[in-house]
Design a binder for this molecule. Sequence first.
Ligand code: PMP
Length: 414
Amino acid sequence: MRQTALRPSAYPIAAIRADFPALHQKVHGKPLIYLDNAASSQKPRQVIETLAEFYAHDYANVHRGVHTLSERATARFEAAREAVRRFLNAKERAEIVFVRGTTEAINLVAQSYCRPRLQAGDEVLISAMEHHSNIVPWQLVCREKGAKLKVAPMNQKGELQLDEFAQLLGPQTRLVAVAHMSNALGTINPVKEICALAHLHGIPVLVDGAQAVPHLPVDVQALGCDFYAFSGHKLYGPTGIGVLYGKRALLEAMPPWQGGGEMIRRVTFEATEYNDLPYKFEAGTPAIAEAVGLGAAIEYLERLGLEAVERHEQELLAYATAKAKEIKGLKIIGEASSKGAILSFTLEGIHPHDVGTFLDHYGIAVRAGHHCAMPVMDFFNVPATTRASFALYNTYEEVDSLMAAIQEIIKVFG
Ligand code: PMP
């Protein structure tokens, strides 16, 4: 399987790895194997150099200045917005709001879209596999308004039960919010079908794309979603920058979330006239260099092609899954038929935190814990899992090393 799957000429893995300086270091005397990509990914030098070069030459505040540097910074900031628009295939740049990350994007929709519309007895529908940041913002607003948070169930493989989801939609549902890809299980949800079902009832859909965007091509128009949220730092870009995509008509109808500079056209002590989209939602000085860095990350991915990345990661996941299944006492948590490059597992009788610490001594970085998805852990009746999450730069050899280290752990602790 490995020999046929490698296809070194088709996927330039050596050149890709050369682009990521952080990968070329030792941890506890062993070459670093970075498998914590679902938490955050490493950065290619194209992103690191863009940040340094932007700060060295073009940095100034955006939109307000008439001087050259401000104009240059504004042009690059807006070019990054255009890169995001292209990346998501949004209709227009005005639909791309820069925020701090997925969490902030979801809170923005909860506060600005939901809060004014929710009444007692209304419902917001999410799925059973959501990250805390796609649960808590809805809980906050539902509690305040006397609305209910409904949860569509999943099965033991970690797949959303679409028929039950459809049953939960009704005249009281104000919004659906679902993950495109689960960070704890890897499940890829049928977002297009979800949107079509919700739209039959006229219900808008927010998609939490934090995990999906680094792994598969996303086209918001083809998906038909109303809002799409993601973070730059999981997409090989900087921290502190993320995106809320929203359909123009919805964004137009929403009040601003935060007040301040940038989001206004005219202010008097009596009243304020708000700025056009997307600036209405971008109060204060934005994360300028980070947005420019995100644009560089998107260009990097566009050069590689997300289809090629997806193919490589799917092959790697299939290889890792087959190997993991050969290990006695290892249980994979999350076996959806449509799944991204995440391998969550438990080892019989060994706590996931011990597994994580042990692996670190082999230079292998994984995540051990509840992955900010405590309800998922409750559903599978485990306190935590160990999660290896793959990125475009991971290799078959790294999977082999992970599996060998797991065998060692079982020998020592099992
Ligand atoms: N949703 C999902 C599915 C995630 O994996 C994450 C990050 N772990 C988030 C939301 C939150 O992203 P951020 O912390 O960048 O806001």
